[in-house]
Ligand binder design. Structure first.
Ligand SMILES: [Zn+2]
Length: 413
């Protein structure tokens, strides 16, 4: 038997473009890719045959906002952890993501090309990793974790690069250099901090970060390397400035209003909400020792998160699945689907975690869709995911997980 060839028989493919389930078909996989999907009987020599029992098969899920190196919720302690330990802990976070059906993730800061290569070469089991390297932040911005009173520019040793410490850059020249450094280190997308945040010590949530010239410079440098910029931003003002400067995806975006959603739509920007992290932190933040100021910010954005998704859907802004979880809270990843169902139907939620995520990541035809030529990343699931998504939130709901033609999990046999 040739492990390179798979014949997945008697499955009903979810068509993530049309948003419906196709009739029973067979999927032929060779050398990691889908070569054919057909309702016709097929004999494939030397293929391992799996009978899907008439179940639905989904494209592998994509989470477009994770931090696989956020192995602790305490970002200060993370910055002082040795990279070897973070790497070991990240390998477990990534394996668990894959077992939840996330065959691809886009890292929003922290993960580097080393982790990416470890997964690609099979040293670590985990999702395909699209890395951003260091998030680029202004002095005092969302990724400047120096506490007040610290005057040194490099507060943490540079070996702590796997934490979520930003590349601090001020002025167009420094921003260009910081982006070029991420490109030099193999970034797949550039993360910039375009507004205030919750987990950072000294920036107001409603504030903007970087000048418009700096934002444009970051986007230009990303585009020069055939990449794109993703921006952390909450407020209408921060979001509008970022997308007008050329940012492709707005991360979080909880406070957007209708006018902002319309600017996003006309500029072709994507919204990547991360609802589950607010719920996780509001459940646990106090116990974890978060300050009253941080918990206040959290309450403000948490309530507005669902409204932002509803608004984006009604204004035609493409919405992508993201989570942004930290530390032990990663196990809430699939719970994001439940939260989204307050603002969209199951088909839209699935599309946001497959085709639309792939479009954002410029991976159309490769990921997020069951078509010939795409990577053979797929999930055979119990039940009808076009009606409800509870199967994605429990391990027994995922009967077969295949990533790049390799069987990760199979309970069908
Ligand atoms: Zn994040």
């Amino acid at each position: 038997m040739n492990a390179q060839r798979l014949l997945i028989d008697n499955v009903r493919p979810f068509d993530s473009r049309r948003g419906r389930v196709a009739p029973a078909s067979r999927i032929i996989v060779e050398s990691g890719r889908i070569v054919e999907i057909t309702p016709e009987p097929r004999q494939v020599d030397d293929a391992q045959r799996i009978d899907g029992g008439g179940r639905v098969v989904l494209p592998g899920l994509i989470d477009a906002h994770v931090h696989v190196t956020a192995t602790s919720h305490d970002l200060m302690s993370l910055a002082l952890k040795p990279p070897s330990l973070i790497t070991a802990e990240s390998s477990r976070i990534m394996r668990d993501m894959l077992l939840r059906g996330f065959t691809t993730v886009r890292d929003a800061g922290g993960a580097d090309f080393g982790l990416q290569e470890a997964v690609a070469s099979g040293l670590f089991e985990g999702p395909r990793l699209f890395v951003a390297g260091f998030p680029v932040s202004q002095t005092g911005g969302h990724a400047d974790m120096r506490p007040k009173g610290v005057r040194q520019r490099e507060f943490f040793c540079t070996c702590a690069g796997l934490g979520l410490i930003g590349a601090i850059a001020d002025g167009v020249g420094e921003v260009r250099r910081a982006v070029r450094e991420q490109v030099r280190h193999g970034a797949n997308q550039i993360k910039i901090m375009a507004g205030g945040g919750i987990a950072s010590p000294s920036d107001p949530l409603e504030g903007t970060q970087f000048s418009e010239d700096e934002l444009r410079a970051a986007c230009e440098e990303a585009a020069a390397a055939n990449l794109y910029a993703m921006a952390h931003a909450y407020s209408p003002r921060a979001v509008t400035r970022a997308v007008r400067a050329g940012v492709r995806s707005i991360e979080h975006g909880n406070l957007i209003d209708q006018a902002t959603a319309r600017v996003m739509r006309s500029e072709g920007a994507y919204l990547v909400p991360t609802l589950s992290t607010y719920l996780a932190l509001s459940d646990e933040g106090q116990r974890l020792g978060w300050s009253a100021a941080m918990l206040d910010k959290l309450a403000t954005v948490g309530q507005r998160g669902i409204d932002a998704v509803r608004l984006a859907v009604s204004e035609g802004v493409p919405v992508v699945f993201g989570t942004d979880l930290l530390g032990h809270m990663h196990d809430r990843q699939s719970g994001e689907f439940d939260l989204r169902l307050q603002a969209m139907n199951p088909v839209q939620a699935l599309q946001s975690a497959t085709l639309i995520a792939a479009q954002l990541m410029q991976q159309e035809g490769q990921l997020g869709e069951l078509v010939a030529g795409a990577w053979a990343d797929l999930l055979v699931v119990e039940g009808d995911p076009t009606r409800e998504l509870s199967m994605l939130t429990r391990p027994a709901g995922l009967r077969l997980i295949v990533q790049g033609g390799r069987i990760v999990k199979n309970t069908l046999a």
